[in-house]
Design a protein around this ligand. Structure first.
Ligand SMILES: NC(=O)c1ccc[n+]([C@@H]2O[C@H](COP(=O)([O-])OP(=O)(O)OC[C@H]3O[C@@H](n4cnc5c(N)ncnc54)[C@H](OP(=O)(O)O)[C@@H]3O)[C@@H](O)[C@H]2O)c1
Length: 226
């Protein structure tokens, strides 16, 4: 299979890329950190890395080269994300814009570039958060992050309908806490029940198999919340 994973320079995305390559899949790993991506590519020749800010770079042309070398795209995981933990009244418009740019627009960018290379039996998985899951527990300080993840969840449902005829399934995984740099920066000292490696294994398996059973679902991946 041919897999694109955004936000692959660290955390969950990096683990998804390594695991997918170790299982024999071709991987296109995208993020901004060149050094981390180079290290990732060095772990397995099946991983091709692409350094890009998904908010500002149009990837249409760049994807073409990789897809032509592997044939088609089977799985796109929109995993790139960012979290601002700040009270709503102190969060600037610019910070709100940045959250929506990274957490929503980057997925839009990648979907628009990838979908022309996707056909029947392929899968787009958007990584959202329990904070953006309707009816879940909400936390002070996460209004920008959670509302952007909520937007990505609804986008998932819209795209599932829009691409149904093409045979592309679009689903979202609403993750609970996972032990990564993002979590440690936002909630110093908090111990998540799941490691990045464990969550990566779940995401990859879901990405490679669940499109046969689901289209347009937002699946909570947590034990404790809601
Ligand atoms: N960890 C948790 O508890 C948790 C819970 C719920 C949901 N999630 C979601 O899971 C996903 C992965 O989170 P994580 O914990 O692994 O976070 P992380 O360790 O902070 O990794 C985030 C990744 O996103 C990339 N990224 C950020 N902005 C980008 C941009 N403009 N263009 C391209 N890449 C960009 C980062 O790479 P560069 O900086 O190199 O660009 C990095 O590879 C995120 O969407 C997050 O919201 C995480």
């Amino acid at each position: 299979m041919n897999v694109i994973i955004s936000g692959a320079s660290k955390g969950i995305g990096s683990e998804v890329a390594k695991l997918a390559a170790s299982q024999g899949h071709n991987v296109l790993a995208i993020a901004r950190n060149k050094e981390n991506l180079e290290q990732l590519s060095n772990t397995n020749k099946r991983i091709v890395s692409f350094v890009a800010d998904l908010v500002s770079v149009d990837l249409t042309v760049q994807l073409k080269e990789w897809v032509e070398s592997v044939g088609k795209i089977d799985l796109l995981v929109n995993n790139a994300g960012q979290l601002i933990n700040k009270p709503f009244m102190e969060t600037s418009k610019e910070e709100f814009r940045t959250q929506f740019d990274v957490n929503v627009l980057s997925a839009i960018n990648l979907c628009q570039a990838a979908v022309p290379w996707m056909s029947g039996n392929s899968h787009i998985v958007n990584i959202t958060s329990m904070g953006g899951f309707q009816g879940s527990s909400k936390y002070s300080g996460l209004s920008a992050y959670s509302s952007s993840k909520g937007a990505l969840s609804v986008l998932t449902e819209c795209l599932a309908e829009e691409f149904r005829k093409k045979g592309i399934s679009v689903n979202a995984l609403a993750l609970g806490a996972v032990q990564t740099e993002m979590l440690e920066e936002a909630f110093p000292g908090f111990q998540a029940p799941v490691s990045a490696t464990e969550m990566a294994a779940y995401i990859l398996n879901f990405g490679l198999t669940a499109h046969r059973y689901y289209n347009g679902i937002i699946l909570p991946v947590t034990i404790g919340n809601p």
